[in-house]
Design a protein around this ligand. Structure first.
Ligand SMILES: Nc1ncnc2c1ncn2[C@@H]1O[C@H](COP(=O)(O)OP(=O)(O)OP(=O)(O)O)[C@@H](O)[C@H]1O
Ligand SMILES: O=P(O)(O)OC[C@H]1O[C@H](OP(=O)(O)OP(=O)(O)O)[C@H](O)[C@@H]1O
Ligand SMILES: O=C(O)c1cccnc1
Length: 482
């Protein structure tokens, strides 16, 4: 459970809007906000949702301390004391529905739906986006890496290059959800129960008179499962021969060398030659670990070159999502009750991709009962009855004139209740279960949607009712109404 005080982990404009609502007496109006993203990252065919555990911890711990209130009182806005008093009583008392972590998700689907007093639902926008955007991005990047690594072991090595400490540990957790096997970060291991693993650095070799002495001493100190870094001076000329020498001495004492690590040079050539040398010396079970700015493309390339690498250590490229540093998820008002019940709201924009989908919504995954595969996702208004087997008319928002009716399907609602009246209504799954669930999710999708390069787009359609509402609201605004 998050213990840090995070109420001020928000943009000032949220507090200013809360203040203005409070001044105008509209702060108790009920509102529905939805978090979603518009575009898949990395050109991938899907994203892996992550961040919900921390969002739940944040929501449950949300309150202002006296120090935080004093800081707000000092602001140039000169918030009235009665507003500060209102914040002193602040708790999140609304509802949250969200997609479970590890779920494969797609653009425009509500992933987190927040319903409650606008005073409360407005405050949490910044933090929810901060958590869900980063963790979903890293889980998706990790999933791409896992796709190419297959059954090879994947170690997360990113902490030293991560965008500060929170990113390191929550990124390690997101990577584990998506199929990484271990992290080098002990705090992530301790806090989340992720297996922690480590080899040694060049500094260990440099700190000794000779490479052989360094290897011997390391193996003497840590004889079980030692992995030696062989590229400090000359990988094939000294590193691998010295590692073989230590492997022999360990074996004489009844132990086995676990692995060697390559961290520079041509990893395909060096791994194949190292494998040959180790095999010839009678050590076919010594594993070869590789690192050095790896990502999914280099790993795929190395595999195509026949690299003899069993374990991949991946740091910078994963933890910083180097090729796309932000997911771009947004949190938009979908409906508000101004006194006469919920009214859907829409936001138009010069950029047609940015027009919001009005009304409180939910998302269903439509499974084909014959194959078990997902046939598409379906966005509908929350107030609509769940699809229950009757022929389902689906509208593709890019081609609304194309008629598509699905006759055989099973609809699984993606959003699940998390909070009601500010209280947790279900225990969140543990990390191992989330990791397993993610694998089950992958199995629902046909390979063309999962492939790394030019994936086949997965259909996300609208219910006729949602489509009608959206088009009518757009027309109304364009006709000068609102
Ligand atoms: N056979 C290969 N095919 C494709 N990419 C490779 C191959 N071998 C290594 N790479 C990748 O090429 C990049 C640069 O490798 P290089 O050996 O030049 O690293 P370096 O860090 O510049 O070298 P050093 O660590 O010796 O200074 C790294 O991202 C590495 O993972
Ligand atoms: O390359 P990444 O994917 O980011 O993986 C992490 C890197 O961190 C270490 O290098 P560093 O030079 O920091 O330390 P070292 O002295 O142990 O090599 C390690 O050797 C990896 O190369
Ligand atoms: O254990 C390792 O080999 C390791 C850990 C962090 C970064 N690079 C390598």
């Amino acid at each position: 459970m998050e213990t840090a005080k995070l109420a001020l982990h928000t943009d000032k404009y949220q507090i200013n809007m809360m203040y203005a609502h409070w001044k105008m007496g509209t702060h108790d109006r009920k509102a529905v906000f939805e978090m979603y993203f518009r575009k898949l990252p990395f050109g991938n065919g899907y994203a892996v949702f992550a961040g919900l555990q921390r969002i739940a911890d944040y929501m449950l711990g949300l309150s202002f301390t006296e120090e935080e209130l004093a800081y707000l009182e000092e602001q140039e806005e000169r918030y009235e004391p009665a507003f500060i008093e209102e914040l002193r009583r602040f708790r999140f008392s609304g509802s949250i529905d969200a997609v479970p972590e590890g779920t494969l998700v797609f653009p425009n689907e509500p992933l987190v739906r927040v319903e409650g007093r606008i005073f409360e639902a407005q405050l949490v926008e910044t933090a929810i986006l901060n958590m869900a955007n980063y963790q979903t991005l890293i889980a998706t990047k990790a999933s791409r890496i896992k796709q190419v690594a297959g059954s090879d072991a994947l170690l997360e090595f990113g902490t030293r290059r991560a965008q500060e400490m929170d990113a390191a540990i929550w990124g390690a957790r997101a990577a584990y959800i998506a199929g990484f096997d271990a992290t080098s970060n002990l705090r992530a291991g301790w806090r989340f129960g992720i297996p922690a693993k480590g080899t040694h650095a060049h500094a260990w070799v440099q700190a000794h008179e000779s490479e052989l002495e360094a290897f011997e001493r390391y193996a003497e100190a840590l004889p079980d499962g030692v992995t030696l870094l062989v590229d400090t001076y000359d990988t094939l000329g000294s590193g691998v021969p010295n590692a073989i020498e230590v492997a022999r001495r360990l074996r004489a004492g009844g132990k086995e060398l676990q692995g060697i690590r390559l961290d520079s040079g041509d990893l395909a050539v060096l791994s194949k030659e190292s494998r040959r040398m180790l095999d010839e010396a009678g050590f076919p079970d010594v594993r070869i670990v590789a690192s050095n700015d790896l990502d999914e493309n280099i790993i795929l390339n190395l595999k195509a070159q026949g690299a003899a690498i069993d374990t991949w250590g991946v740091g910078t490229q994963l933890i910083t999502a180097a090729d796309q540093p932000s997911l771009g998820g947004v949190y938009k008002l979908a409906a508000i009750d101004r006194g006469g019940g919920y009214e859907p709201v829409i936001k138009l924009s010069g950029n047609l991709d940015k027009v919001t989908n009005p009304g409180s919504k939910t998302a269903y995954r439509l499974l084909d009962p014959a194959t078990g595969y997902a046939a598409g996702d379906y966005l509908a208004l929350s107030a609509e009855a769940a699809p229950s087997g009757e022929p389902l008319r689906r509208i593709d928002p890019a081609h609304p004139y194309v008629k598509s009716v699905l006759t055989r399907y099973e609809a699984v609602e993606l959003l699940q209740p998390l909070l009601r009246q500010g209280e947790l209504v279900r225990d969140l799954p543990d990390l191992e279960s989330i990791r397993c669930y993610h694998q089950q999710q992958l199995a629902l999708f046909r390979q063309p949607h999962l492939r790394k390069l030019h994936p086949e787009p997965y259909p996300v359609s609208f219910s006729p009712e949602l489509w009608k509402l959206k088009t009518e609201m757009i027309e109304r605004v364009q006709d000068g109404g609102k």
